[in-house]
Design a protein around this ligand. Structure first.
Ligand code: B12
Length: 540
């Protein structure tokens, strides 16, 4: 059984079916193993976690703030603090409920191996607590883990997840089949690539990394309700695993290590998969999964979609160094939105702080062309970035004011293990409080669901000498300044695509309604929204 919980849902796209689990299920089924997927990322999680008291307070509070647009009173804020404590308690109780539920499923379905997809935050904690409980209760049960948290933190996870029989890092399709053989007693762990495991003497072993050379050989993801148990609760929008890896080596990104050199499926294979997914599941909305999908590749797929008259709408991530293309063709094929990582418009920051290979003059032209073609153009920025000054801030702000992307997402610099930013922080004007304990602190970091970042537990590093509160405030101020210019700062590519089918007449209405639903954990409204989008997009 494969289990995924990413904590309380935060945005609509959390309800997209999980391609990673779908494709692992495909690999297992092709090798004659039985598998079930339990994906807890669905609106009902709110009613499992929130008590009536929490719901009714948050309902009133968020209606006042997000719908009526009023400022919360001092009394509201004091009460919010109390509710926040109660919510933490409820989350703990939910974690116990989850353990009981998994226990019963293990008995009912005669599960011999449980595999957790590990995400950051509450989902990580719940998965660890469930894994520990189940391993204690069923010592014969094999408990494994994989997913983003393993890619980022690797063997550090053994400090909190001592019960894991194995952790899978990097790509899992071949590894999971070997792990199934291990469960059946037919293979030893040291024979399996891409895993981390603990020997009896306590030493931690990492077996060699192996990338899948030919992505065309990957199985299709499986989303049938006998396997993906709650698929009917999810959005009818699928992620297409069209490419993996990245040719760039940005100093802040783990991809050069995690996903290796870039590989793509053939354009025909991608088109065939789209057709197959449409036929099997009646889905029309897609998002490319690639961390750096090449523009020329997107063009090849787009041309085939047009030639074969396939009715789809899709979005993608793009690198500004690779998109000197004809956006009209993309738009005609159904491309609704592209997310570009600009990060900054200052050359020194881009080059020395990030190793981001972007020519800002060309980038301007590309973004304008993308927007002019009617493609919803999303730009991401890292602010404050290493070496940020008033002058560099102005450059980035002026760039954005001139281009006026449809949406600009701003985040402060985040430092992850394995990146150059982590290895040589001083080179980038970062100060990490204690490098030894840093990965552990970040791995177990919990955000506060009900509060903005300036209220979170301080992250243990400084950017250009600024402590957490100060740099988080700077980020917030930058966002506000963009908003004053009439620029949207909170919508990503796939969220825009969902908006197009959501029935809301303006983006503003869509955003404020969803902020309200998520903050107050309004399960019914979210379920209604999912049903509406699924119906509107022609889903089953
Ligand atoms: C596409 C994408 C999305 C899509 C689709 C995700 C989905 N449900 O399929 C959307 C937009 C929905 C999304 C949402 C979120 N995402 Co996202 N997403 C990505 C992105 C760009 C690609 C992921 C992907 O599809 N890869 C391809 C598939 C095939 O690979 P995979 O899912 O990683 O699974 C493989 C391996 O990890 C492994 N594996 C995975 N699980 C397991 C389990 C076991 C037992 C084993 C053995 C192996 C294994 O095998 C799989 C096959 O090779 C990555 C960044 C990146 N480029 O990697 C971020 C990324 C994974 N997302 C991230 C985050 C934080 C989120 C959100 C939590 C954001 C939020 N709401 O706050 C949500 C949570 C989603 C959810 N509730 O399920 C972070 C994860 C960080 C972390 N430590 O948790 C990443 C790394 C981006 C980042 N740098 O911040 N995301």
């Amino acid at each position: 059984m494969l289990v995924s919980t990413a904590g309380l849902p935060k945005i609509l796209s959390d309800f997209i079916p999980d391609v990673g689990l779908g494709v692992l299920a495909g690999a297992l089924i092709n090798n004659n193993h039985n598998v079930k997927i339990l994906d807890l990322n669905q609106p009902s999680l709110f009613s499992d976690v929130f008590t009536d008291e929490i719901s009714s307070f948050l309902e009133r509070f968020s209606h006042k703030v997000f719908v009526e647009g009023k400022r919360p009173s001092v009394f509201d804020l004091l009460k919010l603090k109390v509710i926040d404590k109660k919510l933490e308690k409820s989350k703990e109780e939910f974690s116990e409920k989850l353990q009981g539920y998994l226990d019963s499923r293990i008995q009912k379905d005669k599960i011999d191996c449980i595999g957790f997809k590990l995400w950051a935050g509450d989902g990580f904690r719940w998965s660890l607590e469930a894994g520990r409980y189940l391993k204690k209760r069923y010592p014969q049960l094999k408990v494994i883990g994989g997913g983003p948290q393993v890619d980022i933190f690797g063997e550090e996870i053994y400090k909190v997840g001592e019960f894991f029989d194995a952790l899978c890092y990097s790509e899992g399709e071949e590894t999971i089949v070997h792990l199934a053989d291990f469960v059946a007693g037919k293979k030893r762990l040291d024979e399996i690539p891409n895993i981390i495991f603990r020997k009896e003497d306590g030493s931690v072993i990492k077996t060699p990394r192996k990338f899948i050379e030919d992505l065309n050989q990957l199985p299709l993801a499986v989303y049938t309700p006998d396997v993906y148990l709650n698929i009917n609760e999810k959005l009818k929008m699928l992620v297409l695993d069209e490419s993996r890896g990245c040719p760039n080596s940005c100093y802040f990104c783990i991809h050069p290590v995690k996903s290796g050199k870039r590989r793509t499926k053939s354009p025909q294979k991608v088109v065939d998969e789209i057709k197959e997914y449409k036929k099997r599941y009646g889905v029309k909305l897609f998002k490319y999964a690639g961390s750096s999908t090449p523009g020329s590749f997107m063009m090849d797929v787009a041309q085939k979609i047009i030639d074969e008259k396939i009715d789809v709408r899709y979005t993608s991530f793009g690198h500004l160094g690779e998109f000197d293309i004809d956006f009209d063709i993309l738009k005609k094929s159904g491309c609704e939105s592209i997310f570009f990582g600009l990060e900054s418009a200052d050359e020194k920051i881009l080059k020395e702080g990030m190793n981001k290979n972007i020519d800002t003059v060309k980038a301007k032209g590309i973004l304008k062309k993308c927007k002019d073609a009617g493609i919803f153009t999303v730009v991401s920025l890292i602010y404050p970035a290493p070496f940020e000054t008033e002058e560099s801030r102005k450059k980035t702000m002026d760039f954005i004011k001139e281009v006026r992307p449809d949406s600009v997402l701003v985040q402060f610099a985040g430092i992850y293990p394995e990146t150059l930013w982590f290895k040589f922080p001083e080179r980038f004007n970062f100060t990490i409080e204690d490098k030894e304990t840093y990965p552990f602190k970040i791995m177990t970091y919990q955000i506060k669901n009900l509060f903005p970042p300036t209220y979170w537990e301080p992250l243990p590093y400084r950017i250009n000498g600024m402590p957490f509160k100060k740099f988080a405030r700077e980020t917030e101020k930058f966002q506000k300044d963009l908003q004053k210019e009439g620029i949207e700062t909170s919508i990503s590519d796939e969220a825009y695509l969902l908006y197009r089918f959501s029935g809301f007449s303006t983006l503003r209405d869509f955003l404020s309604a969803n902020r309200y639903y998520f903050y107050s954990g309004n399960r019914e409204k979210l379920e209604e929204e999912i049903r509406y989008i699924n119906r509107k997009s022609g889903g089953i």
